[in-house]
Write a protein that binds this ligand. Structure first.
Ligand code: ADP
Length: 248
């Protein structure tokens, strides 16, 4: 049976969301949104009901990556999230122009996150994947205050210089008491190197979820709003993405 809200350990979850996975990164441009969106597809393929919440107020790129056009409908004061390939999608980018959001302060972000969680008809979900803004800050704090987040995933590139940022992201999860599900090394390549994040994860004592190669197809599918194709048969990144989703 359903527990009354007062006896719940953390803030009440939106109805019927089993797992909330927050995807973060120490800095921008490492492929955080790409990984978040791809994992949403991978989880969907495993048979789950999946929502994708683009909370990257400073650069909401999820609608572009999934090719969402238009705005969510509003019924009875609730947002109906557009569905792409069966994934329910909400983005800060639907609601506010990015140039406006960048000047938002904590309280406004807090309210925006709350609206996203409680004013959106997510329906029953197995997974809600949240694409966090890069760095450490207000959005993850308010997310963690309003919901029992099941786990955080840190996306990092292989270079040594990137690991300092990953460490900050890990510390941030610790500060807001979100368990780190693990680290994804993205853009593994001859150019950026390989294994840096994997070694670091070992040192830091957090699980290594897997590596995704640097591959032009990812750049193309995300720019063209066809990111789901990364999970299709024949895609060079399908296997690593599915393996990462299995370990979540
Ligand atoms: P972030 O969310 O960390 O700012 P994005 O997910 O927006 O980063 O990715 C930044 C750019 O890098 C995008 O153009 C994306 O398509 C590209 N990209 C991400 N991961 C890869 C990869 N493994 N191989 C090639 N391009 C990638």
């Amino acid at each position: 049976g359903q527990q009354p809200a007062e006896t719940a350990q953390a803030a009440p979850a939106p109805p019927n969301v089993k797992h909330i996975i927050a995807v973060g990164a120490g800095k921008g441009g490492v492929g955080k949104s790409t990984i978040a969106a791809s994992l949403a597809y991978a989880l969907k393929m495993k048979g789950g009901k999946v929502g994708l919440m683009d909370a990257d107020v400073y650069g909401p790129s999820i609608p572009t990556m999934l090719g969402v056009v238009g705005q969510p409908r509003v019924t009875n004061n609730r947002y109906i999230p557009p569905e792409v390939d069966g994934i329910k999608v909400m983005s800060m980018g639907f609601l506010v122009p990015a140039e406006q959001a960048v000047v938002w302060r904590g309280p406004m972000l807090h309210k925006a996150v709350r609206d996203f969680l409680f004013m959106v008809e997510w329906g029953p979900l197995d997974y809600l994947v949240v694409d966090l803004p890069p760095g450490t800050g207000d959005v993850v704090l308010s997310l963690s205050q309003q919901l029992p987040v099941s786990g955080g995933v840190i996306v990092c590139t292989p270079q040594k210089v990137a690991l300092l940022d990953a460490r900050k992201a890990l510390n941030m999860l610790g500060t807001v008491k979100i368990a780190c599900r693990g680290v994804v090394e993205n853009m593994r390549s001859e150019i950026f190197g390989s294994g840096g994040a994997e070694e670091w994860a070992k040192e830091a004592g957090v699980p290594f979820l897997g590596a995704v190669p640097l591959d032009p197809s990812i750049r193309i599918t995300s720019d063209d709003g066809r990111i789901g194709e990364n999970l299709e048969e024949g895609s060079p990144v399908r296997e690593p993405l599915l393996a990462i989703a299995d370990r979540l």
